[in-house]
Design a protein around this ligand. Structure first.
Ligand code: GDP
Ligand code: IMO
Ligand code: MG
Length: 423
């Protein structure tokens, strides 16, 4: 198979960036198909730590083209920053193509995100405040501004006026905050127009041309299944579809192409931001996992909430994404624990077709598997792993009904075991 989708099966931060970076060495294209700079994907190469928010994680390979697809929301400020960081690090980067259909995140989207969250107080979503929700809302509301609008010389004034009139009304009457000035926004976008123009193109043509020629395409998901707008823990979700089906819409790939779906699963669970988190731990184990796994948000620096792996939810994620195999990440973090918890089927029958009910936590069942007492990050073959860690992997494979083709054992690019070729 020459097309692979890498998607998160939990609440984001599963290690999608690392796995994409590993697989991108053989890819012709790496395509982001949803989300924006709310993503924080970490790549560790030698002594360099690179955090990408908007630019796809294939960027470190000179032969790979990185595509910011039509389903993404594009923040020019972050884009420029990321380009400069890559230059400073003196990494040879590949080419970048931004879809003319992607929507632009303006400073007013971030401002609106911030004041809305502040207004919601204890009911806030806990967003990254990167303007993601307001930008996608404008898109759905048909008052958004696209990359095509920016580079084609479209008169932005009436478009902005239309969008800002509504927002300023809300800002004044509901939030009682400073209103947005249209001139500031016109000046702001002027600063980025030429930079954006250099990279803009028709992404769907490239994607489908490469697909038709059997070139290797990697779709890089952001966030995770339980942050999906339709399938996550609504309303505590992000504002796009994170599941693999969206590669056809947000990535612009024709549905005639079949793909392999690699689900990225952290060996335990984390969540950053508010909302239901069945199996959340608030004890010395969660602190240990947070410290050892460095579980702090790559975008906001917030401490991530931690808990055991939730196989019951993961079964749903495997189905909803059409997962063909998983990459199990951060198994090294669980080394030296006596017992490792796994959340399995709830005791009582729960109607899984209704997400709100399957996230009820009171019927959770936890089983404990034996841990292993040596560190495993330098192991490179499955058979060399301690028996109990192999048992843990096999248990997960059995419940989920899919193989673990990659076992990731450290943040560094080379720290993994490849059990089965992905392509
Ligand atoms: P993403 O958003 O899914 O790309 O994940 P993040 O980059 O936000 O968070 C994953 C974190 O775990 C990053 O700090 C990675 O460098 C790190 N990481 C990825 N895989 C592994 C692994 O197998 N073991 C360890 N210890 N760290 C890992
Ligand atoms: P990656 O790609 C983890 C969470 C936020 C918040 C909710 C909505 O690194 O896995 P938003 O700013 O999107 O409107 O916030 O989604 N969130 C993430 N959590 N990893 C991410 O991305 C996330 N992107 C958004 O914390 O709960
Ligand atoms: Mg992340």
């Amino acid at each position: 198979m020459s097309i692979v989708a890498v998607v998160g099966l939990q609440w984001g931060d599963e290690g999608k960036g690392k796995i994409t970076d590993v697989l991108a060495s053989g890819s012709d294209l790496v395509v982001r198909f949803q989300g924006g700079a709310n993503a924080g994907h970490t790549l560790v190469v030698g002594d360099k730590i690179i955090r990408s928010h908007l630019i796809p994680s294939g960027i470190l390979y000179p032969k790979t083209i990185s595509v910011i697809g039509p389903g993404c929301v594009f923040d020019p400020e972050i884009f420029e920053k990321e380009l400069n960081t890559l230059k400073d690090l003196k990494v040879k980067t590949g080419k970048i193509l931004i879809s003319n259909r992607a929507h632009v995140v303006f400073p007013y989207h971030k401002y609106f995100d911030g004041i809305k969250e502040e207004y919601l107080g204890k009911n806030a979503i806990g967003t990254t405040k990167m303007g993601i929700g307001p930008c996608y809302s404008d898109k759905v509301n048909r008052i958004g501004i696209t990359i095509g609008d920016i580079v084609s010389g479209t008169d932005l004034k009436p478009l902005l006026q239309n969008s800002l009139d509504e927002k300023n009304f809300m800002i004044k009457s509901r939030y009682n905050k400073k209103q947005i000035n249209i001139k500031d926004m016109l000046n702001w976008i002027d600063k980025y127009r030429e930079l954006i123009r250099k990279f803009t193109g028709n992404a769907y043509e490239l994607v489908n041309d490469y697909a038709s020629r059997g070139k290797k395409i990697l779709f890089e998901g952001a966030q995770g299944t339980f942050l999906d707008l339709d399938w996550g823990t609504y309303p505590f979700v992000t504002s796009s579809n994170t599941v693999a089906g969206n590669i056809y819409i947000g990535g612009g790939l024709s549905p005639k192409y079949k793909v392999n779906v690699l689900g990225i699963v952290k060996a335990y669970s984390t969540r950053v931001g508010n909302g239901p988190f069945p199996g959340e731990l608030n004890d010395e184990i969660s602190e240990l996992i947070r410290d050892k796994g460095k579980e702090f948000g790559a975008t906001t620096g917030r401490p991530r909430r931690c808990g055991w792996i939730n196989l019951d939810l993961l079964k749903f994620a495997v189905l909803m994404n059409g997962v063909t195999s998983i990459a199990l990440t951060k198994l090294d973090v669980l080394s030296c624990l006596d017992k490792i918890g796994v959340i399995t089927e709830p005791k009582k029958g729960i109607n899984k077709k209704v997400p709100n009910t399957f996230l009820e936590t009171n019927d959770m069942q936890i089983e404990y598997l034996n841990g292993w007492d040596i560190s495993i990050d330098n192991i490179r073959t499955f058979k060399d792993l301690p028996k109990n860690s192999r048992e843990y992997i096999k248990y997960i494979e059995k419940v989920l009904g899919v193989p673990a083709s990659i076992i990731s054992l450290g943040a560094q690019r080379k720290k993994y075991i490849m059990r089965k070729e992905i392509w």
